[in-house]
Design a protein around this ligand. Sequence first.
Ligand SMILES: Nc1nc2c(ncn2[C@@H]2O[C@H](COP(=O)(O)OP(=O)(O)OP(=O)(O)O)[C@@H](O)[C@H]2O)c(=O)[nH]1
Ligand SMILES: [Mg+2]
Length: 268
Amino acid sequence: MESTLLDRPIITFDAPGGPLIVPPLSPNGIRLSLVVPTLNEGENIAAFLRAVRDQLEPVAAGRYEIIVIDDDSPDRTWEIAASLASEIPALRVVRRRTEKALSAAVIRGWQTATGEILGTINADFQHPPAVLPALLEQMNRADLAIASRFAEGGGLGDWAAHRRLNSRIAHTLGRVLLPHAFRRTSDPLSGCYLVRRDAISGVELHPLGFKTLMEILVRGRIRTIGECSYEMRARKMGRSKLRARHWFDFFFHLLRLRRAAGDGSPAQ
Ligand SMILES: Nc1nc2c(ncn2[C@@H]2O[C@H](COP(=O)(O)OP(=O)(O)OP(=O)(O)O)[C@@H](O)[C@H]2O)c(=O)[nH]1
Ligand SMILES: [Mg+2]
């Protein structure tokens, strides 16, 4: 890609297409590119983006970008986000109209990003923006820094019993089918993490469903992993997009990664 989001208008109508490969870095001083995937988060997005800015300004002023990748939300989340452009100069907004899917959205966002560290966080306050400075600090030593619900001090907070049970089943399946990747971190299904660009650049990713971190753990060149604990919350406003079919996606994704990893060791 020749131009970057920094050169483009605030709203881009087409995210990149083609294979899901993050390009290598052309350095421009940006340390962190944080991708926020959104679908109908109109009630959360403005407060959320302000909260992220308030956390990142003290630790990375002028050296971070926040990229909202919105899948053409009927509630016009993309428009609400773009209206904050003058208030949050680090903000870029992509309105995707050609593809829809959470896992690909995150990687499409990274393909438009310019930072040496790439990251993702949900827009509904389930991952507290306050964990971001600690994650960024971990990246001084690690290739991957994960916000973990299961590290000491973390938890599932006010999560409903059926979500806790689903989470437990998903972790158990993962430990059986993908033992190497699941042993490397306490929370391989976290939706909030940062990864060094050069650990994934040039690698074709094949995410499916909601769990992109497994993809990074198996296919990325990850030597060291850091963790920061956090207490999970129920989403603040709006409705969940998690559907039964995502659990099928999760299962097929695990099987595909198991094949890619051979005997459970990292795929290269
Ligand atoms: N671009 C894009 N973003 C999505 C899509 N589906 C969900 N998201 C966003 O991805 C994040 C995670 O989705 P959620 O619906 O919160 O899923 P969840 O956290 O597993 O479910 P809850 O616990 O009920 O919130 C949120 O920021 C969503 O707005 C999608 O198809 N495309
Ligand atoms: Mg959520």
